[in-house]
Design a protein around this ligand. Structure first.
Ligand SMILES: [Fe+2]
Length: 248
């Protein structure tokens, strides 16, 4: 069984302190949530920021217009290419993070094996294969961005939002204290998002008339489907294995 699942003392729940927890519950009932107690001020503060909201940024215009780009942009006439560039930039950043995530998981598994720790043993060669495919997807997106004349280093608004959303999941995987099973749960969320995002990117490329790109994205999606199914299976095995061991 993984160390994170073993029984230990209660350090976070209220059951360890029945007297103080009773006081805390009584105190919370006395707390007024309106009037001049700070709550109203907080609401006003939130309203202020909502009223004065700025967007996360803007999609950088392509800086270069080459021959290929000209034909591509011709096809984009009547559309909003910035929507596609925004999502392309998001996927590019996400796949780059995907490479780092698999690197961390490989490190975690190697450490587990080197120290004979309990837990599901993941096949390192499969993890390496997924890692390499994430890198392959990153370079595919680099190629597409270059074709459209986009700036590879620019962070698009949706890349920003998606990066913030994924940051918690990445922290789980990067944390040396988390188990392989806990990391796999975070990986599952990442791969689910990744899958849906590639499906959308294919549709956007088709909408833009970029069928060659859409075909390349379909190949990436096929690989992502395998990542998703495999990670889901590993995660389920890692949890169920612990449950079975506990009963024996
Ligand atoms: Fe993936």
């Amino acid at each position: 069984m993984e160390p994170n699942t073993k029984m230990g003392s209660n350090k976070t729940g209220i059951d360890m302190s029945p007297i103080l927890s009773k006081e805390m519950i009584e105190g919370s009932k006395k707390l007024k949530l309106d009037g001049a107690d700070g709550y109203t001020n907080l609401t006003l503060l939130e309203q202020f920021y909502l009223d004065n909201d700025d967007p996360l940024g803007s999609v950088p215009m392509p800086g270069t217009v080459k021959g290929v780009v000209k034909s591509a942009t011709k096809m984009l006439t009547g559309h909003h290419p910035e929507v596609f560039l925004n999502k392309l930039g998001e996927r590019l950043a996400f796949e780059r993070s995907g490479v780092r995530i698999y690197e961390q998981l490989i490190l975690k598994c190697e450490h587990m094996a080197a120290n004979s720790m309990d837990g599901l043993k993941l096949p390192l060669e499969k993890l390496q294969e997924f890692h390499d495919q994430e890198a392959e997807h990153f370079y595919l997106l680099v190629e597409c961005m270059e074709t459209l004349g986009g700036d590879l280093t620019a962070q698009t608004p949706d890349a920003d939002a998606s990066g913030v959303a994924a940051s918690g999941l990445m922290k789980v995987i990067m944390d040396p204290r988390t188990s392989v099973s806990q990391s796999l749960e975070a990986m599952l969320s990442i791969e689910l998002t990744d899958n849906a995002a590639w499906e959308l990117l294919i549709k956007l490329a088709e909408d833009m008339g970029l069928s060659d790109m859409a075909d390349k994205f379909r190949h990436a999606l096929q690989q992502e489907n395998v990542h998703l199914e495999t990670v889901k299976q590993w995660y389920e095995e890692s949890v169920r294995e612990q449950g079975i061991m506990r009963l024996s």
